[in-house]
Design a protein around this ligand. Sequence first.
Ligand code: DON
Length: 324
Amino acid sequence: MESWISTGHLPTEAVVSQLVAEAHRRFGPVDEGKVASYIPALAAADPALFGVCVAATGGQLFEAGDTLVPFSIQSVSKPFLYALICQAIGEREAREKLGVNSTGLPFNSVRAVERADDGLSNPMVNAGAIAATSLAPGDSAEAKWAFIEEGFSRFAGRPLAIDGEVYASEVATNRRNLGIAHLLEEQEGIWFEPEATTDLYTRQCALSVTTHDLALMAATLANGGRHPMSGEQVVAPRICQVVLAVMVTAGLYETSGDWIYDIGLPGKSGVSGGMITVVPGKGGLATYSPPLDGAGNSVRGHLTAAFLSERLGLNLFASQPVEG
Ligand code: DON
């Protein structure tokens, strides 16, 4: 079976640290993009903040910039939530209930749910992630939250807590997600009370992380589900494989094609400016930079991922002719 498993390793530690530092120097001065403002608390983020961190599956960390500044995880939570749900109910059932196909529409699209006869989207967009949240084990909101909080903390390798200000700000302005949850209810595509589910989804988006945490979380997905530092097996290797598959087609929403064209690896963005790129068998890259492009993806994050994918030789589609 070994030949089926993505292997290989990063370049030497000296090369990785030098390129991580270079990416930070190169893209720090870029001042395109706009900080998200539809969640009022996010509008206050400093657009100059910029952190880059690579975590190798062997546990080595390479960092530059603001890698210890906390921010809310937002949609970067979605692959981890999906992984936890797949682990709990099985990846076949999760796929049947949530769908795994790209919508080609923005992350918070209502149309994506309404136009699909079966109401399915995928767990990387809000509708699919809200539906996934409803599948968390437990009969009560408290039990479901305990499952989610504990699972995310295992992915990070430390206890994660909610950013109360971001949570309150999103709760106060969350009409669209509530609308999506009610539409899912009409289509019988949600398995817990819609308002309580939306609240749990919002709490999970408000979990506070650092770039350093996200790199280790991404490296866990790159490492067959085992955290490179704590050594804990958070989810099974097969679960990582299916999560990465959905990230490839839908992690960057309607710009997932541009992402895979430039970077050639599964990625996931969030509106607070966090972004992860997973390099199967090798490690995880995380960036934090709040200014976003029109689809809600970090501008410096995209540039950094493209640069490091190329210069570290990470693109999954790159090959060279065999000699002779
Ligand atoms: O539900 C929302 O709209 C936010 N909590 C998360 C959206 C998000 O991060 C989309 N990312 N690019």
